[in-house]
Design a protein. Structure first.
Length: 683
């Protein structure tokens, strides 16, 4: 018909030959930890390089020049291993940690050329984190010691005595007996201040800044140097929780302060707040401290607000209290007029600027996921990743768009066919908007129908978001011929605190309704999804949901994959280490009435389990202990349901070792292929 364009069939994207595999992912270099030099000329960052045959990674330091287009350069001092690079206040020295001398992790230093290294510390135990004072006269280091010991020699002697005995029994009289993937040995992470001589090397004996303190800084298991800082008036301020008898069920972390010379006793600056206080940072003029704080004791997924404390008076106020996002890392602007913060926001991990005077919040980045940042004189350097890219380094100048500074994976990935991601939304529980992501198969052909990997995130207060992952990466499935669906059900982060709160005591109803409605939505919207060839996969809470689905919504699925998932919620309440989690999520202890331990317990619905399931479990997972995975597999086998158990004796809640990761992906993809009839590209 004249004047009407003929309808065109969808066109297939150009095919790229390289298939992105789990081994490719495990072998990638990883960029992290950007640090801008005081003059703004350079950025220092870390690169993790994997030796796949040796199954071992090494760390190196790199420097990029922000004012020229010269290629970034690797510092020669990295030859002995180098991590945690930090600039001195005058920009003439780069400090870093390395185990090159004697096997323990120590602090070393070099200059901007990075040719030679000088050892700064020679402590008897590993330096876990450190900070150097602005005047260059003091270094604060963290070491694991016995908190009741009067000096380091006492800890050395006690460890030697433990090593000399052939008796292996250990006596505990309180929790934690184990945490994350490590059994308690009685030591605590404590901070020590050492003086530095004229050459910048440690001299004399240390000042024990936390002597007798029953707690850890950096916090366990994931704390670092963000947990403490050296203040402009020569004090240390740190985040820590007094362990006591209730360490396993309290989230009352406080900010503590003490002079570097130990001349005064510890002062609790946030005693009034019995919830979580953390990560103090001081304004350039030293007049204000900012830190992140929760409001509800016992709830680890509460919103982190930003608190401002006037140093002279102790008066406090919350910055932007109506901003309904939870702040991650925070930092001051150079002029002290703004606080920069990262936060999840509707599926994106953004960097924000918050005006200190007015509380006005402005997003500085859009799509993607900012993983780290540092503030320089002429802009902000940040690392960012996405569903299509590992972390890369960018400079955001005071004016103008961000420009790429460095990438350590672009060359290795230049010929890879990425699955294209697309964000969608639908009406979920309570008729509220729920978001999700769909990732198309690599080399997508609109004329084809594709099997589906339906990924369910953990947390449960978490989010897949527009971010890169080395454990649950949708691109591996997309390159194996699957379309990937990921739904941020009620309880997910980045959509406001009420949305996050809604999952507590509702593990099995509201999120399940979102997943069901989301599945119906994507099947109606995306005609290339083959709803008859779909498998559901999840880890942690996602693994719990897989077990819950097995007994409450198994109809759509050809197979299931459960990684370190909860099988019996009541048993979980007695065996996990961080009791505050199960007690908040279920409304009390397992023996109390009115809780939800049995309301949404997968173990009570095993009689309906019929779908083939792969169970994955790590022996060193103390968050969801090994018995939960064994019970899942036992139930499946006893019922005669096709099932396999993939067991890792040397992995925790995550699979971190490169060759184990590749094995994990092979078993998972083989399982999906078996039950969906998928023919994997490149297999």
């Amino acid at each position: 018909m004249a004047g009407v364009a003929a309808a065109q069939a969808p066109t297939k994207a150009p095919t790229k030959a390289d298939v992105f595999t789990a081994k490719d992912m495990a072998s990638l270099d990883r960029l992290s930890d950007p640090r801008v030099s005081p003059d703004g000329r350079h950025v220092l960052y870390s690169v993790r390089t994997m030796d796949y045959p040796a199954n071992k990674a090494s760390m190196s330091l790199w420097v990029a020049d922000l004012k020229t287009k010269m290629a970034p350069r690797r510092l020669k001092v990295s030859d002995g291993g180098a991590a945690s690079g930090r600039w001195s206040a005058d920009g003439k020295t780069i400090y870093f940690t390395s185990s090159r001398a004697g096997g323990t992790e120590q602090v070393f230093k070099t200059d901007v050329t990075g040719e030679t290294a000088t050892q700064v510390t020679a402590t008897p135990f590993d330096v876990q984190a450190y900070k150097v004072a602005a005047d260059g006269k003091t270094i604060v280091v963290a070491m694991a010691v016995f908190p009741d010991c009067p000096d380091l020699a006492c800890t050395e002697a006690r460890l030697a005595a433990k090593g000399a005995t052939k008796a292996t029994g250990v006596v505990f009289d309180r929790l934690f007996v184990r945490h994350w993937d490590t059994w308690s040995d009685g030591t605590r992470n404590h901070l020590f201040a050492y003086g530095l001589d004229a050459s910048g090397v440690v001299q004399g004996h240390p000042v024990a800044l936390m002597k007798g303190f029953d707690g850890d800084s950096p916090t366990k298991p994931f704390g670092g140097d963000e947990d403490f800082t050296i203040t402009p008036d020569n004090k240390v301020a740190f985040s820590a929780k007094v362990a006591g008898k209730d360490e396993a069920w309290t989230t009352n972390f406080d900010i503590w302060s003490r002079p570097l010379d130990g001349s005064d006793k510890l002062q609790n600056l946030t005693a009034a707040n019995t919830a979580w206080d953390t990560a103090p940072v001081f304004s350039p003029d030293g007049k204000w401290a900012a830190y992140r704080a929760m409001k509800r004791p016992g709830f680890e997924a509460d919103r982190f607000g930003i608190m401002l404390r006037e140093v002279a008076t102790g008066q406090e106020r919350e910055l932007a209290p109506s901003w309904d996002r939870s702040a991650d890392a925070i930092a001051w602007s150079r002029d002290g007029k703004s606080i920069y913060a990262t936060a999840l926001d509707v599926g994106q991990g953004k960097l924000f600027a918050i005006d200190v005077k007015t509380g006005k919040v402005s997003a500085l980045t859009g799509e993607g996921h900012v993983t780290a940042f540092d503030v320089g004189p002429s802009g902000i350097v940040f690392a960012s990743d996405s569903l299509k890219s590992p972390s890369e380094l960018f400079l955001l100048p005071a004016k103008g768009p961000a420009v790429k500074v460095a990438s350590v994976s672009s060359e290795a990935l230049k010929d890879v066919a990425w699955g294209e991601p697309e964000q969608f939304s639908f009406k979920g529980w309570n008729d509220e908007t729920v978001h999700g992501f769909l990732v198309k198969p690599a080399n997508f052909d609109p004329a084809k129908k594709y099997p589906v990997a339906f990924l369910i995130h953990g947390g449960p207060q978490g989010s897949f978001s527009n971010a890169w992952s080395y454990r649950w990466n949708p691109q591996v499935y997309a390159n194996a011929g699957y379309a990937v669906v990921m739904i941020d059900f009620h309880g997910s982060t980045g959509y406001g605190q009420a949305f996050t709160d809604s999952i507590s005591r509702h593990w099995g109803d509201r999120p399940l309704e979102d997943l069901q409605k989301g599945w119906s939505f994507v099947l109606s919207k995306y005609g290339f999804l083959d709803g008859d060839r779909a498998c559901a996969l999840g880890a942690s809470y996602g693994g719990y949901m897989v077990n819950w689905i097995a007994g409450n919504w198994n109809e759509p699925w050809k197979c299931l994959v459960n990684h370190d998932g909860v099988f019996d919620t009541r048993a979980m309440g007695y065996s996990t280490e961080e009791l505050w989690f199960t007690e908040w999520e279920n409304g009390g202890t397992p023996w109390q009435a009115g809780t939800t331990y049995e309301t949404f317990n997968p173990a009570l619905h095993v009689d309906k389990w019929v779908k083939p399931q792969l169970v994955v479990q790590g022996q060193l997972d103390y968050r969801i202990p090994v018995e939960q995975g064994l019970a899942t597999f036992t139930a499946l086998q006893r019922r005669g349901v096709p099932s396999k158990l993939l067991y890792f004796p040397n992995e925790n809640h995550w699979v971190l070792k490169a060759q184990n990761s590749v094995q994990w992906h092979k078993e998972v993809l083989d399982w999906l292929d078996q039950w969906t009839g998928n023919t994997r590209p490149g297999k």
